[in-house]
Design a protein around this ligand. Structure first.
Ligand code: 5GP
Length: 194
């Protein structure tokens, strides 16, 4: 596989990484395209097939695993599989884009290990686990049970932060957005005004 750079944003659910990734995608000089993952989790009301995720069944997902179609995949939560299809990255590289990922910590580190030189792996750190809980509740896309599952996983994920190239503290969103913008611009060699 050849092509542009890979920029990974990983963090516990509710840390704000999706907001940061969306902000970066709006910056034309970064020449980014979003890696749409495949997942077996149910689609949320506002999500679109092929835009937020490729929503597929568990059996389709397992079929892709069998055929070695994934660059990486994880059972992020029980029976909820998520993975990056090799074809997705090849497609975006063929378009001359740098690819940006919003994926879990284990998947992010896996890609970094596969492409150490062309990957920037960024960990987004929330102020605290309590704050995460508040944010997830406010978002109200998940049941209480699922929120608790995400919180339990968050503590494990936070411990992996030192393995990333950079850590961005998302205590204040505007500061985090600016820091992320500068970091990525430097990595892809884009000029931005400071
Ligand atoms: P959500 O269900 O909130 O959309 O995503 C749950 C978690 O799965 C998030 O941390 C998200 O970043 C992660 N995720 C999304 N796509 C992928 C993927 O392709 N691979 C891996 N390993 N994790 C993913």
């Amino acid at each position: 596989m050849k092509g542009g750079k890979l920029i990974i944003f990983s963090a516990p659910s509710g840390s704000g990484k999706t907001t940061i990734v969306r902000h970066l995608l709006k910056q034309p000089e970064l020449n980014l395209a979003f890696s749409v993952s495949a997942t077996s989790r149910p689609r949320r009301a506002k999500e679109k097939q092929g835009e937020h995720y490729y929503f597929i069944s568990i059996s389709e997902f397992k079929n892709h695993i069998k055929h070695d179609d994934f660059l990486e995949w994880e059972e992020v939560y029980r029976d909820n599989f998520y993975g990056t299809l090799k074809t997705e990255i090849e497609r975006l590289w063929a378009e001359g884009k740098n690819v940006i990922f919003d994926i879990d910590v284990a998947g992010g580190l896996r890609i970094k290990r596969k492409f150490p030189d062309k990957t920037l792996a960024v960990f987004v750190k929330p102020p605290s686990v309590d704050e995460l809980k508040i944010r997830l509740k406010k978002r109200s896309t998940e049941s209480e049970d699922k929120i608790n599952m995400r919180i339990a996983k968050a503590s494990v994920e936070l411990a992996t932060a030192p393995q990333f190239d950079k850590i961005i503290k998302n205590y204040d969103l505007d500061t985090a957005l600016e820091e992320a913008h500068q970091l990525v611009a430097e990595f892809v060699g884009a000029d931005i005004e400071k």
